[in-house]
Design a protein around this ligand. Structure first.
Ligand SMILES: [Fe+2]
Length: 469
């Protein structure tokens, strides 16, 4: 029998409310003019995001026979809010979202309230215990909303950097300082925590069990899964793969590292690039990561922390798969496969088991990783989270920047869909990314989480680390 993800209705309801509040916290600083703009066709208007996630809960309620009636007054054209689910009827093409700013912001907020109340009364009507199916579907709605929180932050970055005025920026409700101060001027020695992790970890080859779980034997699975919590269907089933021995960088590639590739003419040399990537370089005039601008001899960029010089010690971010791949070739390395990445993050040789996070079994906190609720709003210097490193000594595998892998996004052998059209229809022409970024909610990420984007995408807060045979 499937296990419940939450011990009772109250726990699920409180997670629901908390997630809904966080979305509003992200949305609130926007002016109405900014809330309805689609920053580009790959993104969506913030107002659309917060209405669409509400529509998703609406559909979950309908699936379980709980109707939201028209006379309750939402009066909204729901086909505007359907992202891509063919089974739910009409879909407004994604590229049109900015041209149809409906529902209005006011209507969206009313619709959210209506659905909040409906979810609440639906769950309460179930009493203390809920079925595994309701538990899963509501949790899926919560996880889906968290995904959109992160997508919204990509859109904020893309949109606000277009205004040259540094003060004309997204103003987060909370902004915390990065965990480490900038290194003091010499000769004061760097404290141990400030020493930059460098080099590569050696990982033995052999059979590795890829996917969500901990490689436990059948029968143990459910109990252990319950302890870890939710996972998407595309992280299952766990299955064995064979790995050759390999090395993997102990830290993500930094801006300083990447600038060397730029300055060495990496963007001008065909030999480093895959053919499709080279076409994009030529067509779009790519000569540095997205958002980098040259000012004299320095690279600057506008992000949530202001208009600032590129910090050489932060992981590089907003590069496409092609740029990551070209850098790796230039450096005499390659990108890791997703299995190599996951083993470096998960496997503990002493315990002979996988852990859900690089540091072990405990949920992420501000001490482990730079995720959304740290509210730092940018990557942090490599070495900032010594407590978060993996058994093999790899830093910042969770948080800061998503990491491109060389793996195609395909469904694992034996895949079973738990919510059709969510993860299953997209398993072609996309690359897997692992580890989450500074805008990923803590409740969203774990070692086995598989994100996927087209290889040319640069708006994702993605960087990479390299591997070597
Ligand atoms: Fe969605």
């Amino acid at each position: 029998m499937a296990q419940l993800l939450h011990s009772d209705t109250g726990e699920l309801l409180s997670l629901f409310k908390q997630t809904r509040e966080t979305t509003i916290k992200l949305f609130k600083p926007l002016n109405i003019e900014d809330a309805v703009i689609q920053s580009d066709t790959f993104g969506s208007p913030p107002n659309w995001h917060i209405a669409h996630v509400t529509w998703f809960f609406h559909k979950v309620l309908e699936k379980h026979g709980h109707k939201i009636k028209e006379q309750d007054g939402h009066g909204i054209n729901l086909s505007y809010l359907n992202s891509y689910y063919q089974r739910y009827g009409n879909i407004l093409p994604k590229s049109e979202r900015g041209r149809f700013p409906r529902p209005t912001v006011q209507q969206t907020l009313e619709y959210r309230k209506l659905v909040d109340e409906a979810v609440s009364s639906f769950l309460k009507s179930r009493g203390l215990t809920i079925s595994p199916e309701v538990d899963y579907d509501i949790t899926l709605g919560i996880q889906h909303e968290m995904q959109h929180q992160e997508l919204m932050v990509y859109d904020f970055q893309y949109y606000f950097q277009r205004f040259p005025d540094p003060k004309d920026n997204y103003r987060p409700e909370v902004m915390e300082s990065p965990p480490l101060p900038h290194p003091q001027p010499q000769p004061r020695p760097l404290s141990p925590a400030l020493q930059k992790p460098a080099g590569m970890a050696r990982i033995p080859g052999g059979i590795y069990t890829l996917g969500f779980g901990n490689g436990a034997k059948a029968g143990e699975d459910d109990r252990k899964r319950k302890k870890i919590g939710f996972c998407y269907d595309n992280e299952l089933p766990e299955h064995k793969v064979y790995l050759q021995p390999y090395k993997i960088d102990v830290a993500p590639v930094t801006n300083g590292d990447f600038a060397k590739f730029v300055e060495a003419g990496g963007y001008q040399e065909y030999k480093y690039w895959l053919a499709d990537g080279w076409e994009l370089v030529e067509e779009n005039g790519w000569n540095a990561p997205l958002y980098w601008h040259k000012k004299g001899k320095r690279w600057i960029k506008k992000d949530f922390r202001g208009l600032r010089e590129i910090d050489p010690d932060e992981p590089v971010v907003n590069v496409s798969f092609y740029e990551a791949d070209a850098y790796a070739r230039w450096a005499g390395k390659r990108l890791p496969t997703e299995a190599e990445w996951e083993k470096a993050a998960s496997w503990n040789e002493d315990l002979q088991k996988k852990t859900p996070y690089p540091w072990g079994d405990s949920k992420p906190t501000a001490r482990h990783a730079n995720l959304m609720e740290s509210w730092i709003w940018s990557p942090t210097k490599v070495g900032s989270y010594p407590e978060g490193k993996s058994y093999y000594g790899c830093h910042q595998m969770i948080g800061d920047v998503w990491e491109w892998t060389s793996s195609e996004y395909v469904l694992y052998p034996g895949f079973l869909s738990r919510f059709p059209e969510y993860t299953d229809k997209w398993a072609v022409n996309q690359k897997v990314l692992r580890g989450g970024c500074f805008a990923t909610p803590r409740g969203q990420i774990r070692n086995s989480y598989r994100n996927y984007f087209k290889p040319h995408e640069r708006i994702v807060f993605a960087g990479f680390r390299c591997a070597k045979d």
